[in-house]
Design a protein around this ligand. Structure first.
Ligand code: FES
Length: 222
């Protein structure tokens, strides 16, 4: 089945901006998507005084919307502070592109998570972040906020809005999420499990997740 992209996605994919590497970059990070195996590498220059991202470039190892979303993500990030970018959700990218097909939403997640991974790298280098900091800060509200970005592939509505989230638990970076699937959802189990895992993976400090779909627990390291 052909995927229908918006005109903006096609334009951005055909003429992406900020492609490449930066010599002497302050931070380099590569993020992969568990949903499809595609990857993005970001290079960044960040001002240590103002925390403004002065330059950012990307290399895509993925699909058309991987390229389009990364291009938009770099345009959003340039000139903003790392604090602003850390608050962004994938919606910032999808809105710029006039939406993405449901099966391609994870491309925007990858684009935003990649930016955040590069920022984390920079913070570590600057001594602003220690391993373990994030795990302590990870709480239920943060997880619930992130789950609002998981979209049911059939309805196009957030799984939180559909009241599918039954339980959230978190302990030292280990997440447990229980989702209540509808009777007709069986064919979407894999997709929803992958989408959910991908969103949880992007949360700083998360390193293990058990996602239980009705009675079927699936545990994997993130
Ligand atoms: Fe993998 Fe788009 S399908 S990033």
């Amino acid at each position: 089945m052909a995927i229908k992209y918006s005109q903006k996605v096609i334009e951005e994919f055909t003429n992406p901006e900020n492609v490449g590497e930066i010599e002497g970059a302050d931070a380099v990070a590569t993020e992969g998507s568990p949903a499809c195996g595609d990857m993005i590498t970001y290079n960044m220059i960040i001002d240590p005084e103002t925390h403004i991202i002065n330059d950012v470039k990307f290399r895509s190892y993925g699909c058309a919307s991987n390229i389009a979303t990364a291009s938009v993500a770099t345009k959003i990030a340039k000139g903003r502070t790392i604090e602003e970018i850390k608050k962004l959700t994938p919606k910032a990218v999808t809105e710029e592109l006039d939406g993405l097909p449901a099966v391609k939403i994870h491309c925007s997640v990858l684009a935003i998570n990649g930016l955040k991974a590069a920022i984390r790298e920079w913070e570590k280098k600057q001594g602003l972040r220690k391993d373990g900091d994030d795990a302590e800060a990870l709480d239920k509200e943060t997880i619930l906020r992130e789950l609002r970005n998981v979209i049911h592939p059939e309805t196009g509505i957030s799984i939180v809005k559909m009241n599918m989230v039954r339980t959230i638990e978190v302990d030292d970076g280990k997440i447990f999420v229980e989702l209540l699937m509808g009777e007709t959802d069986e064919m979407f189990y894999e997709n929803i499990e992958e989408e959910t895992r991908e969103h949880l993976e992007g949360l700083p400090g998360a390193f293990d997740a058990t996602i239980k779909l009705n009675d079927k627990p699936i545990t994997k390291g993130l």
